[in-house]
Ligand binder design. Structure first.
Ligand SMILES: [Zn+2]
Length: 327
C-alpha cells in the first residue's frame, strides 16, 4: 500500500498540468468520435470563438481562426494560408501572436467580401450568388448541398461517383439540421471518407438553413429576421468538430442568397463565400473550372440526372478537384 501511495505521490505534480501523456505535436489533433457511434452533440465543443493569430510549431506556420475547448483541452482550428487546408491542432503545441502582414488567405477573404461584383444592384437589398463562383484549373469543382430534408441522402449518386477513381473529390455543404436529422447518413459519409472512397471537403451551409416557399427573397433564407449570425456559422463548425471532422474555410449561403451584413459576418469570421456557376438543375452548363452545384439531400433529382447525362456524354469537365484549389 505504501508503495502505491508513493507512486501516486510521484504522479501528483503531473496532475497540475493535465495528467495527460505528452501531446503529439507532430500531427494534427484528433477529436475522438468513432464512426458507427452515436452523433456527438455540438455542446461538446465549448468556448468557441473566432480569432486570427499566426501560430508556429517547430518549422510549421499556420493561421488560427478559431479557439475552443473539448473535454477540458484547448484546441485551434487552423488554416494553411497558402493551400487553404484546415486542421484541428492542440493549443499547447503552438506559439501564437498577432499576424504580421497579410497572408494569401487573408487577401482572399477580403477579396471575396469586397468584390465589386457583389455590390447591390440599384433598388435591391440582397445579393444573389456572391462569392467564389468559378475556379482555376482544368477540371471542375463538384459541390453538393445538404439542406434540411425529410428525404434520405442520395447514396446511389455518391456510390456511382466513387467509381470515378480512388477518393473522388466532392465538397459537401452541410446544414446543421441536416446532420442532426440524418445521423446514419452522416455516419455513412464519414465512413466513405475515412476509408478513402470520397475525399470530402465540408462546407458550412448554416445551422438552421431557413426556407419558406412563397416568401420574398429579401426575407427568406438567411435574410429571415431574428437569426443569430454567429450561431448559424459556429454551430455547424462545432457539430462537425464534435464528430471528429474538420470544417473548411468555405461557407455556402442557403439559396446562394446573402446581403452586405452577411458578407461582413463571413469576413469577420474569416470565411470565403462559395457561389456556383453550374447549378445543373437550373440548366447552367459546366465549363472548365466550373463550380458545379447539385443537391444530394433527396430534394433535387433533376440535378443528379443532368449530372449523369452530362457524364455519359463526356460533357463534364474532369477531373474533380479539391475545392481549396478553386480560388
Ligand atoms: Zn441549401
Amino acid at each position: 500500500m505504501k508503495k502505491v501511495l508513493g507512486f501516486l505521490a510521484a504522479l501528483w505534480p503531473l496532475a497540475g498540468i493535465g495528467a495527460r501523456a505528452e501531446p503529439d505535436c507532430a500531427s494534427p489533433a484528433r477529436i475522438e468520435a468513432p464512426i458507427g457511434g452515436p452523433l456527438q452533440r455540438l455542446h461538446r465543443v465549448e468556448d468557441y470563438q473566432a480569432i486570427l493569430q499566426s501560430c508556429t510549431n517547430a518549422d510549421k506556420e499556420r493561421l488560427a481562426i478559431r479557439a475552443m475547448r473539448v473535454g477540458g483541452e484547448e484546441f485551434l482550428l487552423t488554416v494553411d494560408s497558402k493551400s487553404l487546408d484546415t486542421s484541428i491542432e492542440r493549443r499547447t503545441c503552438w506559439t501564437c501572436r498577432e499576424p504580421k502582414g497579410t497572408s494569401r488567405f487573408q487577401q482572399l477573404v477580403a477579396q471575396f467580401a469586397d468584390d465589386p461584383g457583389n455590390r447591390l444592384k440599384p433598388g435591391a437589398t440582397w445579393l444573389d450568388n456572391a462569392g467564389l463562383k468559378h475556379g482555376h484549373g482544368e477540371g471542375a469543382f463538384l459541390t453538393a448541398d445538404l439542406c434540411p430534408s425529410r428525404k434520405s441522402l442520395d447514396r446511389d449518386f455518391l456510390q456511382k461517383l466513387e467509381k470515378a477513381g480512388p477518393a473522388t473529390q466532392i465538397a459537401l455543404s452541410v446544414s446543421g439540421l441536416w446532420i442532426a436529422h440524418h445521423p446514419e447518413d452522416f455516419d455513412w459519409l464519414r465512413r466513405e471518407k475515412a476509408e478513402g472512397r470520397l475525399a470530402i471537403t465540408f462546407v458550412n451551409h448554416s445551422y438552421t438553413h431557413p426556407y419558406r416557399p412563397g416568401l420574398p427573397t429579401g426575407q427568406n433564407f438567411l435574410l429571415a429576421p431574428g437569426l443569430d449570425k454567429d450561431r448559424e456559422i459556429f454551430d455547424v463548425e462545432r457539430l462537425l468538430i464534435a464528430n471528429g471532422e474538420t470544417p473548411s474555410v468555405f461557407f455556402r449561403f442557403p439559396g446562394l442568397i446573402s446581403d452586405a451584413g452577411w458578407m461582413q459576418a463571413l469576413k469577420d469570421d474569416h470565411l470565403i463565400p462559395l457561389g456556383a456557376d453550374a447549378w445543373l438543375a437550373l440548366e447552367q452548363k459546366p465549363r472548365e473550372g466550373a463550380i458545379i452545384l447539385v443537391h444530394v439531400n433527396g430534394n433535387e433529382p433533376l440535378g443528379l440526372s443532368k449530372f449523369q447525362d452530362l457524364s455519359l456524354r463526356g460533357a463534364l469537365p474532369t477531373p474533380f478537384l479539391p475545392l481549396t484549389r478553386a480560388p
